[in-house]
Structures are given as C-alpha cells and as structure tokens.
Design a protein around this ligand. Structure first.
Ligand code: CMC
Length: 436
C-alpha cells in the first residue's frame, strides 16, 4: 500500500488527545484512512452500516468509478472486453491479472473444457429437491455439495487446490445451472459437449434434448457470452463481500462460493433481473403501457414500498456502463428472433422513457442498471424468469473465486470480524418466572 503525503487527524470535543491516522493512495479512486489501530488508540470503533464509506480490503481486480460510469477489470474497460474478448479470456484475466497470449488461451480453454462434467452422483443429490424448487435454492445446495465431491481441492491454504477449485467451479457451473433447469422441467440432463464454446455448450445443455441435434445460434451465443462478461465481477458488492467474509474463516472454496450464491439471490442484488421481469409482467397484466404512469406514482410514493426494479445502483450514480452494452445486445437478440414488437419489450421501453424524464429519478440519479436489459435478453433467449439469477451466478463465480484467492494470498488477511454499536440491555439478572 502506498502512503499518501497527508495524514488524517481525528480530534475530540471532550479534550481526549487527538490521533493521527495514516492515509493510503490507490492507483485510482478515493484515498483511504487506515483505522486499524483506532480501537487500540482510542477505545472506539467506527460506525458504518452498509459499508457506505468503508473499504473492506485491498484489491487489484475490478475498479468502478460510479460518477464516470466506468467499469475496469484489471484496468481494461468493460466496453473493450465485451467487444474484443470472450468470457473465458475474461475469466483468465480476472484470475491471473493479464489477458492470455495465444498458447495460454488455448491451454486455458482446454483446461476449463476438461472439467465441465460433474460427478454422476450429483444427479441423485439433485433428485432430493422438489421439482418446483426455486433454481437458486437448488444451486445454493448443489454448489455447497461440490465440496463433498471434490475433496482434493478443498484446502484453501494450498495454492494448487485453489487453482483447481477455481477451474472446477468455472467449468461446472453451466452444467449445474442447466441441470437445475432440466430437473425442473422434467427433461433428461444433457451432458456437456466440449467442442462447443462455453456459451454455446450452455445453450445446448439448456435447450437441447437427446432426440435431435442442437444447432447453436451464433447471435444468442454471443449475447449469452456478453451477459457472462458483464456480470463476471463487480468489486466489493454484497455477494463478493459475503464470499470474502465466509472464506476468511478458512472454509473450503466451494462452501465460500455457496455463501455468495445465497447472497446473490436477493432482489436488491442478483435477484433484480427476475424481479424486474416480474414487475413488467405485472404491469402488463394490469393493462400494459396505459398503466405505466399509475405504476410510476406508486414507485414514487415512499409508503407503497414499491421500487422500480432494474433502476438505481449503490455505486453508479451516472450510468451503468454494462446497461449500455446490454441494451445493444438486447436490440440484436430481439431483431434476430423477430421480437422487436414484443409487448413486454415495448412496455420496458416506455417504463425506461418515463423514468429517465421524471424528476424523481433524475434528482436521485437513478438510471437503468444492467439487470433492466439482461432480463429481457434472457427471456427472449428462452431462459425462464426464475433462472435469471442462476445465469448471473454462473457468470459471477469467476469474480468470487478471483476475489477469494486474492484475499487468501494476501499476507495481511485476517478472519473478518466486524464490531457493533450495542443498543440492547446492559447486564441484568433473571428474576424467577412467578415474579416477572
Ligand atoms: N426505485 C425507486 N426509488 C429508488 C430506487 C428504485 N429502484 N432505487 C433507489 N431509490 C431511491 C431511494 O428510495 C432513495 O430515495 P430517498 O433519497 O428519497 O430516500 C434514493 O433513491 C437513494 O436510494 P438508496 O436506497 O439510498 O440507494 P442504495 O445505494 O442504498 O440502493 C439499490 C441501491 C440497487 C439497492 C437500489 O437502487 C434498488 O433497490 N434498486 C432496485 C433493485 C435493483 O435493480 N438492483 C440491481 C442492482 S444492479 C445488479 C447488481 O450489481 O447486483
């Protein structure tokens, strides 16, 4: 860490001695005040629920400038990666810090492809779930269960184990997501076919059947690959922080990633694409475009508890750069499938237009996020709404594992243990039940 020239001084109005705190500079982005010794020096903690002003770690993987609407993976703008690289190149970059050279690329693709199959026993584990279980419930279980199948890559302190676990997770996740889907619809599982691309293979495992040959549509394959790239990592968001915190206890990588899957499920995070599509379908049922105005009034009414899903972001207070790229893909996919006049897509356009012009959203800098469009794309491809977050999970796995491995390799890493401002009862005595 590079020390900044200035330091911070914390003074107190009650005359307690002030304390100097070191300030560190990142490559870009805000400086940070180092408060690690604050408790030792003052007997006080800091208070920051929701981590609004707290850097929880040092990282070199992903950088977001929310005001500029910029997203960088290892320094490369997301726009360049989304148009010039594929998802597995992006995985290599996130894991290793550099884009692969020709031979490295071939070797990495081969390595991932060699691990796409899951232990046959997995399907019997899957059978324990109800057919109508939510795919995220199923995935949380399946990913956690991987640690029971792959004992030889569970030692988080062994760099070789961490490497193999990373490849296994990236390679097997599409197989697991597709198995969760096939189980729900009662169709036979499709084994991976390793001469297809990562995205093409996923499409075939999802929509192919053993009865006929499945032809991968290159437009849909590219769209899915882009969804994967755009969702691959996103700095210290809720699920990534969950993976780091969970992994900080020294638990195995599969268990830590399963914790991330559970966190991502929530509608304020990865569940937003599903919630967004459900919201659009609700408006459609209530009368479609004619009812958008009325729905917006509900969104603006704080007492209604209704949010415009797919809008707003904790970090992007300008535009989500992923949304621009996803919008482009959305147009491509809808045109390829002849769905330009699809009523739900038209409704989404109307919602977006009204929100972008409305003072409520303008003043709060609320813009469409990636999930506003990714749900529409996935629906057009034929992915059921309740599997949208599963697709996000598949894509984000590499980010989680890269962040987890970065943390474990950091000599400064410690088990995560936040403090609290206690507001409950101080010590008191139990009185006999008859006297209460
Ligand atoms: N609809 C209506 N009002 C909103 C929305 C929304 N989608 N998002 C924020 N606001 C309002 C919020 O009520 C608050 O108003 P006020 O200042 O009057 O109290 C103001 O905007 C600031 O919002 P905030 O809740 O302080 O913002 P946050 O940074 O805590 O929350 C968020 C960010 C993503 C949780 C929130 O915008 C939200 O719930 N959006 C909808 C869910 C969604 O689309 N999530 C996907 C995020 S992108 C995928 C990912 O990276 O995980």
């Amino acid at each position: 860490m590079k020390l900044a020239e200035n330091k911070a001084t914390l003074s107190f109005s009650n005359g307690s001695p002030s304390v100097d705190l070191p300030v560190y500079q990142g490559t870009v982005g805000p400086d940070v005040i180092d408060i690690r010794k604050l408790y030792g020096q003052t007997g006080m903690f800091t208070y920051d629920p929701g981590f609004l002003s707290t850097a929880s770690c040092q990282s070199s993987i992903t950088y977001i400038d929310g005001d500029k609407g910029e997203l960088l993976y290892r320094g490369y703008p997301i726009e360049q990666l989304a148009t010039q690289c594929d998802y597995l190149d992006t995985c290599y970059l996130l894991l290793n810090g550099e884009l692969p050279k020709q031979q490295e690329r071939q070797d990495f693709h081969k390595l991932v492809i060699n691990h796409t199959m899951v232990n046959e026993q997995m399907q019997f584990f899957l059978r324990g779930f109800r057919r109508d279980a939510h795919p995220m419930a199923v995935l949380t279980g399946l990913v956690g269960a991987l640690s029971a199948f792959y004992h030889d890559s569970t030692d988080i302190n062994n760099p070789e184990h961490r490497k193999i676990a990373a490849i296994r997770l990236i390679a097997k996740m599409p197989t697991l997501v597709a198995m969760a889907y096939k189980y729900g619809v009662g169709q036979p599982y499709m084994y991976p076919q390793n001469d297809l691309s990562y995205a093409g293979n996923f499409l075939r495992m999802m929509f192919g059947t053993p009865c006929e040959e499945y032809k991968v549509n290159p437009v849909l394959e590219r769209a899915l690959d882009r969804i994967f790239i755009l969702h691959a990592d996103h700095e210290q968001n809720a699920s990534t922080s969950t993976v780091r915190l969970c992994g900080s206890s020294g638990t195995n990588p599969f268990a830590a990633i399963a914790a991330g899957v559970a966190c991502l499920w929530g509608p304020a995070h990865g569940g937003a694409n599903e919630a967004c599509l459900n919201m659009l379908e609700d408006i459609q049922r209530q009368g479609g475009i004619a009812k958008v105005g009325q729905f917006m009034e509900q969104v603006k009414d704080k007492n209604s508890g209704v949010k415009l899903m797919g809008f707003g972001h904790r970090v992007y207070k300008n535009y989500d750069p992923r949304a621009t790229l996803m919008q482009e893909t959305c147009n491509e996919v809808l045109s390829e499938l002849g769905l330009e006049n699809d009523p739900l897509f038209k409704l989404a356009k109307e919602v977006e237009k009204i929100a972008l012009e409305d003072d409520y959203f303008v003043q709060r800098k609320l813009y469409p996020n990636v999930d506003f469009y990714s749900g529409i794309v996935q629906r057009a491809i034929g992915i059921p709404v309740n599997l949208f977050t599963g697709v996000f999970t598949l894509a984000r796995t590499v980010g989680w594992i890269a962040q987890l491995n970065e943390m474990i390799s950091d000599p400064e890493y410690k088990i995560g243990r936040p403090r609290q401002l206690f507001a409950g009862s101080a010590t008191r005595n139990v009185t006999p039940v008859g006297d209460r």
